[in-house]
Design a protein around this ligand. Structure first.
Ligand code: HEM
Ligand code: HEM
Length: 367
């Protein structure tokens, strides 16, 4: 199983640039406010030059970040996230990039319009493409200030959303942007619950465990009326996921009392000696959008075999309000499990292939 599927993070370069730029932008904003409040002095000129140099460095890093993002697209958002939230994330990230570009662009214009040289770290001066223009300078100063205020506002909403995901929804959104060490510390030290996959309460009224067999060339369907599904599953944390289903074999109901008693018989399920059948899976793979495979063990009578069970999963809602519906089927040969002793080994009347089908409905249970 690839670690990427279990918990996809942003590329390390993207993560490093995110936090470096977040720090640099906050520092730059505070420094900008401080320097404009200073009385005129050689130091003020020096500070303006530093602000412009750092601002240009930020511009270069934002451009590099966008190129990097284009080459390494971000990991997909967690499954089950509502559409409005996906849209909100897309719009706010777009706005953040726009503002990160507009800040230095407007700053550059102030510098050019002021007629003062734009000195880059004391190394060289950027030539100004325009003549000094005091009116433009004042306008752009105001624009630069309001853009900084807008950036602050969007960043506050953005950070609040990230914290909501981590502390309320307990998903991986914040951790996938954190450096590995910080993400590890957050999930181990601060929030052990966030690292664990969700426990689900099965809604047995809505769930169904069925099978299809064949008798004398015609297919018949049956269900197991009593079973227990113990589910810990999280699309974001497949490694910590586990599903165990225990089936009361005597609860079989195929719509015919006579057939059910044959199925319960020694030659088939032998429910007296083997009152329970079991499916246990601890390895999961995502195979597509909402599609998974569980690698597990199926035990019928006293025989346990490895099986791969494909299923689909839909999760609706958020956090502890989530509901899930999983559905899948698996074809087995009953003889592989010894379901067919003595005369029942004959497959001319009762076919060898059994298709097991399930639909499980569950609700996320509180931590
Ligand atoms: C990249 C992010 C940047 C941020 C977050 C930022 C932020 C700020 C802030 C908050 C102020 C104070 C505004 C006020 O109170 O009037 C300011 C002023 C200023 N910034 Fe930036 N700035 C950035 C980039 C730049 C760049 C690249 C330049 C020029 C190359 C620049 C040039 C200036 C100038 C000249 C002022 C003084 C405006 C005045 O005197 O009213 N800034 N900046
Ligand atoms: C100046 C400050 C910040 C800026 C400009 C900024 C900008 C951005 C941008 C543009 C993205 C989208 C990345 C992409 O998909 O290419 C992003 C993602 C992210 N940011 Fe920030 N950010 C800032 C501060 C913060 C803070 C303080 C936090 C946390 C408290 C935070 C948490 C995150 C998280 C978790 C993501 C990933 C969201 C996802 O998985 O889609 N950011 N940030």
């Amino acid at each position: 199983m690839s670690a990427d599927v279990e918990f996809q993070r942003y590329h390390p370069v993207q993560r490093a640039l995110h936090w470096l730029l977040a720090l640099a932008l906050i520092g730059q904003g505070l420094f900008g406010l401080y320097m404009v409040s200073m009385d005129n002095s050689p130091q003020k000129i020096e500070f303006y030059n530093l602000h412009k140099s750092v601002g240009l460095t930020i511009l270069v890093l934002v451009i590099l970040r966008l190129i990097w993002r284009w080459r390494h697209p971000p990991p997909p958002l967690p499954a089950g996230m509502p559409n409005w939230e996906r849209m909100a994330a897309r719009v706010s990230h777009f706005l953040l990039y726009c503002l990160m570009l507009a800040m230095p662009a407007s700053g550059l214009v102030i510098g050019f319009a002021s007629g003062f040289p734009t000195v880059v770290y004391g190394l060289f001066n950027l030539p100004s493409p325009i003549a000094a223009n005091e009116e433009l300078m004042h306008t752009m100063s105001a624009v630069h200030f309001y853009l900084a205020a807008a950036l602050l506002l969007v960043v506050l909403v953005h950070a609040a959303a990230a914290l909501r995901h981590h502390f309320l929804l307990k998903d991986t959104v914040l951790r996938r942007m954190l450096p590995a060490l910080a993400a590890g510390l957050l999930s181990v030290a601060l929030l052990p619950a966030a690292a664990e996959a969700t426990d689900w309460q099965t809604d047995y009224e809505e769930s169904r465990l069925a099978f299809i067999g064949s008798q004398s060339g015609d297919s018949f369907e049956g269900v197991f009326e009593e079973f227990e599904a113990d589910i810990r599953f999280d699309p974001e944390d497949l490694e910590d996921s586990r599903v165990e289903v225990t089936i009361e074999t005597a609860s079989v109901n195929s719509g015919s009392g006579q057939r059910d008693s044959s199925i319960r018989d020694e030659g088939l399920l032998d429910v007296e000696s083997y009152p329970q059948a079991r499916f246990l899976a601890e390895t999961f793979r995502e195979t597509g959008d909402g599609a998974y495979e569980a690698e597990g063990e199926l035990t019928l009578r006293d025989t346990t075999r490895d099986v791969v069970l494909p299923f689909t999963l839909e999760i609706e809602g958020e956090g502890e309000e989530r509901t899930a519906r999983a559905e899948g089927e698996l074809a087995i040969n009953r003889l592989d499990y010894g379901v067919g002793q003595g005369q029942w080994e004959d497959t001319s009347q009762v076919g060898a292939e059994i298709i097991i089908q399930f639909v499980l409905h569950a609700e996320a249970s509180g931590a």
